[in-house]
Design a protein around this ligand. Structure first.
Ligand code: GLV
Ligand code: MN
Ligand code: MN
Length: 404
């Protein structure tokens, strides 16, 4: 299933599947078909999330949600997101095959936008289910100028129904997700699975540096307002700051740069950068952003540049619920004979948004050399099997908790 999903891409020789694209549609249709075959009834929500519902025969309004995301980064690996969806569908198959009865409805969700690559927003699917989507999101545009609203309409969704997708807190038992670790810890501990303690605080920003375009041959160095040279200093400043914040697990990344007018013999007049800031605590992240703003004003005034920093996404640390961590510990412990290691997630996940609605719990799966957001991402077949079995057992543990 993972290999098949990996073929559904915008490019023939790499995996790139962005939100609300034709390849997203093909992947969503396939996932919906797998859900139906596993005995679930399926619907698509207002923001292209695919929901597969396994009734417990009692039409319980209370539901346990298990899911992950269907979108990928550019030139992605095949496990990030897809593993959580496939594991959830296989867990449903197992639960039916073993005739396990649950005291709640089980709902598998394939969220549409977790990576936040196409639009300047992320977690649109899970935020909508959690009732945390501001409708202004619909007016955001991609690089080609298409709005989220228009892209949703073309996908077959009803953007006017976003607010009505919010789930009621009392109806939700919790949110579980299986995900590759995307880091090296489990491999170094020789453990296939781990329990996540919390997902790091994160924010994303758009930085616009405005200088003055000019002739590369005639404007003396001292009279230039070179936006790209300012951007280089800005990036180096954020990197130095992150090194100093290692204790707070502060990490800062600029992954996108564009320059105008972008010609060999023209001094850059404008640079646009992305900025991604994460830390183990909200305070450490907020202080870092404040420092970046202050230092960028200094860079701007020294170089005669205007540096604007707009925040487009901000989520505090999402702590995994102790009772779901206990359920994971029992589930994995029963499988491996050992208590699973507990680890923090530096990567963002749909749980960041689902934590607004309900308790969250995450199982991490060992990956090769900690490599992710890269086509070399790899998980062994044995570990994939372990992750499905652990998820089945975790659902059974949560059912025991729900009954008591
Ligand atoms: C998603 O993978 C993120 O952490 O940005
Ligand atoms: Mn992911
Ligand atoms: Mn990812």
């Amino acid at each position: 299933m993972l290999d098949t999903l990996a073929t559904i891409s915008a490019e023939p020789d790499q995996l790139t599947r962005l939100y609300l694209t034709p390849e997203h549609k093909r992947a969503a249709d396939l996932v919906a078909e797998w859900m139906r075959r596993a005995g679930m009834s399926v619907r698509m929500d207002a923001v292209a999330g695919i929901h597969g519902v396994l009734s417990n025969g009692a039409n319980s309004p209370r539901r346990l949600i298990v899911g992950s995301h269907i979108d990928t980064v550019i030139d992605a690996g095949r496990y990030d997101g897809a593993l959580g969806i496939v594991a959830a569908i296989l867990a449903v198959e197992e639960i039916r095959a073993r005739a396990i009865t649950l005291p709640f409805t089980l709902e598998v969700v394939a969220f549409g936008d977790e990576e936040g690559i196409r639009f300047p927003k992320t977690l649109i699917g899970s935020s909508t289910v959690a009732g945390a989507t501001d409708e202004s999101v619909l007016d955001l545009t991609d690089a080609a100028g298409e709005t989220v609203r228009n892209a949703l309409l073309r996908f077959g969704c009803d953007p006017a129904a976003v607010a009505s997708e919010a789930y009621r807190r009392d109806d939700v038992v919790g949110y579980l997700e299986v995900h590759i670790e995307q880091g090296p810890l489990l491999e170094s501990l020789d453990e296939p699975l781990g329990a996540v303690t919390a997902i790091a605080a994160q924010s994303r920003h758009r930085v616009r540096i405005t200088g003055e375009a000019g002739h590369a041959g005639t404007v003396p160095m001292a009279l230039r307002h070179d936006a790209l040279a300012g951007a280089a200093e800005f990036i180096a400043m954020t990197e130095e700051l992150a090194y100093k914040g290692e204790r707070d697990q502060l990490v800062i990344t600029t992954g996108e740069v564009s320059v105008k007018p972008g010609a060999v013999n023209v001094i850059p007049g404008e640079a646009r950068l992305s900025l991604d800031v994460r830390a183990a605590s909200d305070a450490a992240r907020a202080t870092a952003v404040e420092t970046i703003r202050r230092r960028s004003r200094q860079i701007g005034s020294r170089r005669g540049l205007v540096i604007g920093i707009e925040t487009v996404h901000e989520k505090p640390v999402a702590v995994c619920a102790p009772k779901l961590r206990a359920a994971i510990s029992n589930a994995v412990g029963g499988l491996t004979g050992r208590k699973p290691p507990e680890l923090m997630s530096g990567a963002g996940h749909d749980g960041l948004a689902m934590a607004h609605l309900t308790d969250i719990g995450m199982i991490f799966v060992r990956c090769r050399a900690g490599i992710s957001h890269n086509p070399l991402e790899h998980v062994t077949k044995g570990d994939l099997g372990c992750s499905v079995e652990a998820l089945v057992r975790e659902i059974v543990e949560v059912a025991k908790q729900e009954r008591t």
